[in-house]
Design a binder for this molecule. Sequence first.
Ligand code: SAM
Length: 288
Amino acid sequence: MSPLADNQWFTEVFDRHGSAFSLKVSEKLLDVQSAYQHLEVYATETFGNLMVLDGCVMLTDRDNFLYHEMIAHPALFTHQQPERVVIIGGGDCGTLKEVLRHPSVQHVTQIDIDEEVTKAAERFFPALVDANDDPRAELLFADGVKWVDEAEDESIDVLIIDSTDPVGPAEGLFKTEFLTRCHRILKPGGVMVQQSESPLYHSGSIIRELRRDMREAGFSSVATLPFPQPVYPSGWWSVTLAGKQCSVESFREEAVAEHTMPLQYYTLAAHRGALTLPPFMRQALDET
Ligand code: SAM
């Protein structure tokens, strides 16, 4: 029998792609069926704690900085003066922590459908929640689709969709109608960013469709930024930015060069490099 089949390993199988990812675990710390999803937390041997939702890896202590820095900083440094920020999903609070590093930000509302995710982060990922008592942060537990539906027109500078995959509760977050409403609630010059799955597995499908739908929703400019993410399918992930009456292909380079935030991945060169899509992606996106 393969050693991966014993219960010392957590394995996520990506059946459609004929691949899988495993981490050696030492203990199961939490197993909760919430009203929305099955939530598990494991202690692993080499990646710290691991959070899993409906069998899919969400994050580990060791590499979550890659995702959280890349979903937050490119969008915030693209916007000219981000003050009012909204995060849909993101219940682990890692994105919130990155957003709060920006001194121009005056208020951040995070809306996750599932409070159990935040409770688990508070217990097992204390480093991610240590900015939650910042007076600029507001945590709500509700359906992000409904929240966006009811939000005021042109009231937000940066909108971050830090969701699970486009199945289950997050399905509505990838629909054209939702993107149209996101466009409506952004101020002119506003920037939206959405986690957009694997460049290798999804460039010709989810990413291409998301970019098309963003343009159809009225966004004037769209950019997909790939970055490494060892624990996600294919080991590689992406975020897609969209600008309302502004370009997301340029950003405040001087501000990036001068900031003093203690970041571990995001740099001027990382942002510039991520904006240059590899030829295979451009081809799959039908944008050669
Ligand atoms: N980094 C992760 C990834 O790409 O796999 C996402 C992390 S974060 C934990 C995803 C969050 O999205 C979950 O906490 C889930 O509860 C939330 N979520 C899913 N659908 C949602 C919805 N309709 N409204 C608000 N939050 C939602």
